[in-house]
Design a protein around this ligand. Sequence first.
Ligand code: ATP
Ligand code: MG
Length: 393
Amino acid sequence: MKIPQYVIKAMNSLNHAGYECYLVGGCVRDTLMGNEPHDYDLTTSALPEQMLTVFNGCKIIETGLKHGTITLLTDGGPIEITTFRIDGEYKDNRRPENVIFTPKLSEDLARRDFTVNAIAMDKEGNLVDLYGGENDIRSKIIRCVGDPEKRFNEDGLRILRALRFASTLNFEIHPDTEKAIFKLTYLLKNISAERVREELFKLLCGVSAKAVLINYADVILPFLQPISREDLVQFAEIAEKLPLSAEIRMAALFALYSNTTKLKSAMQALKPSNKQIKSAENCCDIIQLPPTSPTQTALLIGQLGEKEFNLYLQTAKACGKDISATLQTVDDLKSRNACYNLHQLALTGADLIELGVKGKKVGDMLQTLFTAVAEGKVKNEKYQLLNYIKNQT
Ligand code: ATP
Ligand code: MG
């Protein structure tokens, strides 16, 4: 097991100051699975103020300090370091109200959600695995640390996290954990939209999204209203073939079984960025009705950019739509050197004003020219465009 040097350096700093320090969570799990971790989290016996002393003079972000977390900014990348802690009382199944720091690693591991996420590793690669996490990784099992019902009651989001890990890691959920998931699904109602979105979107993009969407449709459906159970199960068959983007997969689901307006409501409820909502809407529109008219196609390419337009078009194809007419239109547009937005016209608004065109007429005329070029009625050349206008008026 190869721990990057910048992480070893941070671990050494804490160890040399007399504190315990371990890698923990996703980075240990991923390493044991033979995958390269996307980031490294450390857990330590040093209290927040002690961490600040150890890393005095280093670049640090203190945003999570209240919960015992600092982010150390190193040349190799950021490292999150958290003091061993026990989560305090959970209000509304959301977040611990407060956290209690502890000198014991075992107590820190006990608060973690699943056995596969509760393994600690020191810098020599020795494991502290109190809940059989390594074994569960080998058997590809997601299992709560401790009593599943108690753990889900503490934090309902863990229900969705179990599904997320099953989907992204291609693991099965242990029968006891699964039983508690179905019994306590309602707890997800109390979880903030942002936390739900993060897990749901990762779930939708997992390698095993199909199995999870089918097996846990009842858990996921409340976030996909008004999609029916049957439709979600049918959608699962193609989900994994779609581009690796949650908003595109949401768009495909709603394009096939609902509509853009309902998609917008479902997306808004999960509070992603406006850009994500808009992308989903555009994608849904194209899947439902791939454009065929030259004007509409040119406008869409101009608005979305060619790369995004093609991605949505390929999504439409993966959803079983016939996109041959659109592809033909795109070919035609290219062969006649059409433009994709008004700014690409060889005649500008300034040219028209110079010719004496005034006010709103300038915009109208540019639009007329754009449509004419897209439809192949005139070439996108200044002289030809001028002639076209003269003949029109
Ligand atoms: P990823 O590779 O997706 O980042 P991860 O396992 O690192 O996976 P995070 O959400 O980054 O997942 O959380 C880091 C660790 O913190 C987890 O591995 C787990 O030990 C613990 N953890 C995170 N969220 C919870 C939670 N809601 N309840 C209990 N433990 C949690
Ligand atoms: Mg992580």
